[in-house]
Design a binder for this molecule. Structure first.
Ligand SMILES: [Zn+2]
Ligand SMILES: [Zn+2]
Length: 152
């Protein structure tokens, strides 16, 4: 059995998806996928482009297009964090984590919680099969708290 978080596993899923939907299996698409799976953190399209352009000839259009495909086959998720640039993240079944989002500066901190995990995984949903999940908790980061305090 393959490790669900291994690159080989996601590569197979992506190949299957491309074949099934008659998309071309271009080396660029796989290079982008491979780069994404190195990230432990959230990333933006700009970040990905800047890090890839030196080692690999890949256009911004190809990155956007590949990201759309990866979103469609659920290998990555798009985080909607207010008015900021869209942030993406790989989906990893084993490492579910949640997000603390500062409503003032947009900073994101991640955390995991065993109790939340147990509670959600033991839930039975009617006519719904859970694949992955993530929680967003909104508030103020310590830096913003300090700044607001000093303004008074
Ligand atoms: Zn995250
Ligand atoms: Zn903040």
């Amino acid at each position: 059995m393959k490790d669900q978080d291994s690159f080989e596993y996601v590569k197979d899923l992506f190949t299957e998806y491309l074949l099934k939907h008659h998309h071309r299996k271009t080396p660029e698409r796989f290079a982008i996928l491979e780069r994404i799976f190195i990230y432990e953190q959230h990333f933006t399209v700009e970040m990905l482009y800047n890090q890839m352009k030196d080692s690999y000839r890949v256009s911004l259009a190809t990155i956007y297009n590949t990201i759309d495909l990866l979103l469609e086959c659920n290998l990555i998720v798009k985080h909607l964090l207010g008015g900021q640039l869209a942030q993406y993240e790989k989906v990893s079944g084993l490492n579910t984590h949640h997000h603390l989002i500062c409503t003032r500066c947009g900073k994101v901190k991640e955390f995991s919680d065993k109790q939340i995990r147990t509670s959600i995984q033991s839930k039975q949903f009617v006519h719904f099969q859970l694949s992955h999940y993530s929680l967003y908790l909104y508030g103020l980061c310590s830096k913003c708290q300090a700044e607001l305090k000093n303004q008074k």
